[in-house]
Write a protein that binds this ligand. Structure first.
Ligand code: PMP
Length: 425
C-alpha cells in the first residue's frame, strides 16, 4: 500500500503542530514510519488520504462501538446542530442523557458531564479529596487516567510509549500525593495503606486495564481492594473511560460484580463527540458545586451536540444489549483465530481478552501488570503492526494499547484479519 499523501500531510502538519499531531500516540513513534491521515470512515472501515481502505481496530480508541458514522448518531447531531451549537445554559437533553446513564449503570444516582476522560478523572479525584478531607491517592503503574498532573506518574498508554513516565512539568509537590502500586498486587496496596494510614482519599484504577495492553484483574485483587477501601474509609474510583458502556450496560462494575464509589466515563458515552462524565451516589455527588463546596465547571460541558450523540448511542445500546454479546463473541473469534495462527507459526505470544477488549503480546509469560506487559518484544510488534497495515488492517500503533472492536465488523472482516496475521508471519 502507498501512503504518499499521508506522509506529505504529516510533513505539513509538523510545521504547525508539535510533532504533527494533537495527541502523541497518533504519531507512530512506537512503531516507526509516518502516521496515516484519515479522510473519512464508515462502519468498520477507515478510508485514508491515499484512497486505502483499512479495517479499523481502534474505533477512535473506543467510542465508536457501533462503527463509524453510525446513522442514528450522525442524524441526531445534524438535527441538533441546526438549533444552535452551544448556549452555556441548561438544556433538557442533559437530563435525558443523565437519566439514561443512571438507569443503565448500577450504584450511581447522579452524573456530571465534562468534555474528556482526563477531565472526568481529574474532577473525580478532586471530589474524592473534598469528600474525604484527605490528600493522597493510590494509582497503579501502567494505568492511564488522562494527562492531568496527578496521574502522569508511571501512566500507561502514550505516557509509557514515550518513555517519560514522569512528565517534566509535573511538580514534586503534586507527585508526592500520588502513591504507586503494581496492578494485581493487593499486598503492595495494603503496605501503602499501612504506611500512609488515614491519609489516603482514593484508590483509582482501570477495573479492566486497557493502557498496558488489556489486563484482567485477579478476583482476590479487585475484591480485596473493595474490602480494603470500605475498612479504611478510602473511596474506590473505577476509571471506566474504556470499559463503560462497552463491557455491558453497567460496565466493569456489573461485569465484575463490584460497586465502586465514583465511576468515570468517556469514549462510548459521547458517541464519538467530546464527552466525559463522573458519577456516584447522591451523597457523594452532593459535595460538588453548586450543591457543595468542591468546584468543577466547563463552558462546553453538557454541549448539545455532544449530548445528542451520547443519547443516540446509549439509547441504542440500552435497547439492544445483545450488541455487547455479539461484540464479545466476535472478539473471542478473533482471539482464537490469531492464537491459532501464531501458535502454528511458532511465534511466542500471549493474548489477553475481556469482552470486546483484546491485546496481543509477544512474550512467553502471562501479562498481568505493567512489568510483564513491558517484556513484550517490540521488534516483533513493529513487524506485526506494519505487516497488518500493509494488508489493510489498522491496529493500535503501540504494544501498550488494547484493540477496540466495533459491531460493524463482520466475520468476513475478522477472517481477513486472521489471514493477514498468517501472511505477516
Ligand atoms: N482513562 C482511561 C482509562 C483512558 O483510556 C483514557 C484515554 N485513553 C483516559 C482516561 C483519558 O481520556 P481522554 O483521552 O478523553 O482525556
Amino acid at each position: 500500500m502507498l501512503y504518499q499523501r499521508s506522509s506529505a500531510l504529516f510533513a505539513e502538519a509538523k510545521k504547525f503542530i508539535p510533532g504533527g499531531v494533537n495527541s502523541p500516540v497518533r504519531a507512530f513513534k512506537a512503531v516507526g514510519g509516518d502516521p496515516i491521515f484519515v479522510k473519512e470512515a464508515k462502519g468498520a472501515y477507515l478510508y485514508d488520504e491515499d484512497g486505502n481502505q483499512l479495517i479499523d481496530y481502534i474505533a477512535s480508541w473506543g467510542p465508536l462501538i457501533l462503527g463509524h458514522a453510525h446513522e442514528p448518531v450522525i442524524n441526531a447531531v445534524i438535527e441538533k446542530a441546526k438549533k444552535g451549537t452551544s448556549f452555556g445554559m441548561p438544556t433538557e437533553i442533559e437530563t435525558e442523557l443523565a437519566q439514561l446513564a443512571v438507569s443503565m449503570v448500577p450504584n450511581i444516582d447522579k452524573i456530571r458531564f465534562v468534555n474528556s476522560g482526563t477531565e472526568a478523572c481529574m474532577s473525580a479525584v478532586r471530589l474524592a479529596r473534598g469528600y474525604t478531607g484527605k490528600d493522597k491517592i493510590i494509582k497503579f503503574a501502567g494505568c492511564y487516567h488522562g494527562h492531568s498532573d496527578s496521574f502522569l506518574i508511571q501512566a500507561g498508554s502514550g505516557a509509557v510509549t514515550f518513555g517519560s513516565p514522569n512528565s517534566p512539568g509535573v511538580t514534586q509537590g503534586t507527585a508526592k500525593d500520588t502513591l504507586l502500586a503494581d496492578y494485581n498486587d493487593l499486598d503492595g496496596v495494603k503496605s501503602l495503606v499501612d504506611a500512609n494510614s488515614g491519609e489516603i482519599a482514593a484508590i483509582i484504577l482501570e477495573p479492566i486495564a486497557g493502557n498496558m495492553g488489556c489486563i484482567i484483574p485477579k478476583e482476590d485483587f479487585i475484591h480485596g481492594l473493595r474490602e480494603l477501601c470500605t475498612q479504611e474509609g478510602i473511596l474506590l474510583l473505577f476509571d471506566e473511560v474504556m470499559t463503560g458502556f462497552r463491557l455491558g450496560k453497567g460496565g466493569a462494575q456489573e461485569a465484575l460484580g463490584i460497586d465502586a464509589d465514583i465511576v468515570m466515563f468517556g469514549k462510548v458515552i459521547g458517541g464519538g463527540l467530546p464527552v466525559g462524565a463522573f458519577a456516584a451516589r447522591a451523597e457523594i455527588m452532593s459535595h460538588l458545586a453548586p450543591e457543595g463546596p468542591v468546584y468543577q465547571a466547563g463552558t462546553l460541558s453538557g454541549n448539545p451536540l455532544a449530548m445528542s450523540a451520547g443519547l443516540a448511542m446509549l439509547s441504542e445500546l440500552n435497547a439492544k444489549p445483545e450488541v455487547f454479546t455479539s461484540l464479545a463473541e466476535k472478539t473471542e473469534y478473533l482471539h482464537k483465530g490469531i492464537a491459532e495462527v501464531l501458535t502454528e507459526k511458532g511465534v511466542v505470544h500471549q493474548i489477553n481478552r475481556f469482552g470486546s477488549m483484546i491485546s496481543v503480546h509477544f512474550c512467553d509469560e502471562p501479562v498481568v501488570d505493567f512489568a510483564s506487559s513491558a517484556k513484550g518484544n517490540n521488534d516483533t510488534f513493529k513487524r506485526y503492526f506494519h505487516g497488518m497495515l500493509d494488508q489493510g488492517v489498522y491496529l493500535p500503533p503501540s504494544a501498550f494499547e488494547s484493540y477496540f472492536l466495533n459491531d460493524a465488523l463482520s466475520y468476513a472482516d475478522l477472517d481477513k484479519t486472521i489471514e493477514a496475521v498468517k501472511t505477516v508471519f
